[in-house]
Design a protein around this ligand. Structure first.
Ligand code: SF4
Length: 476
């Protein structure tokens, strides 16, 4: 199946068929414009993060963050119970959603009950996970994304390609062309002009929306505080201007104490954008109270399970520590080559290669753990100590994963048997060495061509280990 990178970028509705991984990789790998955009992103984010983490005290901050998230996951059920009690005490309506479809239906019901015709949304990967926009639109509710990157991909009828920078796959000239088409006249290819255009369009959306939907970066169990970490101010407008606010919060976002924010917010921000603090850190304590000037009349929190609690007590539990900083995407050589859309799911990069098959019980993304280099850069950079590359290896061994396909199992079983015979082992290593000495010839072999495509064969060694061993023994 032949697809292009723009086919992959296009918005898909839940259940729409996905091209096979090989076709997705081939489509994006050769898109030089995409590779350029990803290169700029990686340089900017990685440079800023490394600079921020060179400051004194960062190792302590990370150690505290790991401990907070580890306890948060171990005590998840107790923390959730306390969080719910704290929310109710503040006058918040709490809803539980076992699946993404339940969560979308709940938010749809809230919108209908509130007689909402227009919804403004701040960036939230959880809402992408549950295909909220499609659901609300199917119920006659207009949805407007208000994060600039999300608005760009929404206008282009595309999907986000990065968890903190949704439109990272687009270059500025592409955005200029898109916005000029929307405006009906040529806009200048200048950041300021493009932002000003988006701002004008979005201001009207905030003023006319009946309902605001947000995610939550953290939820504090002891105080019921919802925390949003943003840079554009759209999160604050989304949660304070419309008369009803719905926050969709995956259950793993709960932390035990409000005081833990002093660790978690700087840790998240430094790893995400390299800033000390984002421009806006919004803390929401319930709906508007008498005498307050802003805030919604009604506040709903939808707690999304979506397969998360099923991971408690398993070897994959550590994945629930993830704070969605995106750092593992920025250092990943696979993500840098193929971008986010080739992963196929909502969550790309190393965290997505772990999370997508886990949250879907293997129905989606079972091939992703095999499409990783296992270089370990993701685990090294992760602020909450998730051993991503170990989890990827464990996922490769899960029954039903693409790595356990019948073809591969038979192939490796035969290989293991063959190498158990010393003569076959010696013969095959000699043959491999011969292949490395004649790379041009090797590339012509159909079986080797795919492997050699984009990879350099290692330099030939002067002698095999066995030959070296024999000569050592004869001289020694
Ligand atoms: S797995 Fe770690 S590095 Fe990746 S997004 Fe989550 S917290 Fe960040």
């Amino acid at each position: 199946m032949k697809v292009s990178s723009s086919d992959l970028a296009r918005h898909r509705r839940a259940g729409d068929p996905l091209p096979p991984l090989r076709a997705r990789v081939e489509a994006t790998r050769d898109d030089l414009e995409l590779r350029g955009a990803l290169g700029v992103m990686a340089e900017r984010f990685n440079g800023a993060r490394e600079e921020a983490l060179a400051e004194p005290g960062m190792a302590d901050l990370k150690a505290r963050g790991i401990a907070i998230r580890a306890h948060g996951v171990t005590d998840l059920r107790a923390n959730l119970q306390r969080f719910e009690e704290s929310l109710r005490a503040l006058g918040v309506h709490v809803h539980h959603a076992r699946t993404g479809a339940d969560a979308a239906a709940t938010i749809g019901d809230i919108a209908v009950a509130a007689n909402a015709h227009r919804v403004v949304k701040s960036k939230s990967m959880a809402t992408e996970e549950i295909h909220l926009n499609d659901h609300l639109e199917s119920r006659g509710v207009e949805v407007i994304e208000t994060d600039l990157g999300e608005w760009i991909v929404q206008q282009a009828h595309e999907r986000p390609s990065h968890i903190i920078a949704p439109a990272v796959h687009k270059t500025r000239p592409q955005v200029t062309k898109l916005f000029s088409g929307l405006a009906g006249h040529e806009l200048e290819d200048r950041r300021e002009e493009l932002c000003a255009y988006a701002q004008t369009r979005l201001r009207d959306a905030f003023l006319t929306a009946d309902l605001g939907v947000s995610g939550a970066n953290f939820g504090c169990a002891d105080t019921g505080t919802l925390v949003l970490v943003t840079n554009e101010g759209n999160g604050r407008l989304t949660t304070s201007w419309p008369r009803v606010h719905v926050a969709l919060m995956p259950v793993d976002k709960v932390i035990a104490h409000f005081d833990d924010l002093a660790t978690m917010v700087p840790l998240l921000v430094r790893h995400a954008t390299g800033q000390k603090l984002t421009s806006y850190v919004t803390m929401i304590h319930g709906p508007r109270r008498a005498g307050e000037l802003d805030g919604p009349e009604e506040l709903h929190v939808v707690l999304l399970d979506g397969g998360r609690t099923a991971l408690l007590g398993t070897q994959f539990e550590e994945m629930l520590r993830c704070i969605r900083c995106g750092a593992c995407l920025n250092v990943c050589p696979v993500y840098a080559t193929i971008g986010g859309h080739a992963y196929g799911g909502v969550y790309p990069g190393p965290m997505g290669a772990v999370l997508t098959p886990l949250l879907s019980s293997g129905r989606e993304g079972s091939e992703l753990p095999g499409a990783t280099s296992l270089c370990g850069a993701c685990s090294e950079v992760c602020p909450v100590g998730i051993p991503l590359h170990d989890l990827l290896v464990e996922l490769r061994a899960v029954p039903g994963s693409a790595e356990r396909s019948r073809r591969r199992t038979v192939f490796f079983a035969l290989w293991s048997r063959a190498w158990a015979v010393p003569a076959v082992y010696r013969w095959s290593t000699r043959l491999a060495n011969l292949a490395r000495r004649h790379p041009r010839l090797t590339r012509r072999l159909p079986v080797a061509r795919a492997w050699c495509d984009g990879r350099a064969l290692p330099d030939p060694v002067s002698a095999t280990f066995h030959a070296w061993w024999r000569s050592e023994r004869s001289t020694g």
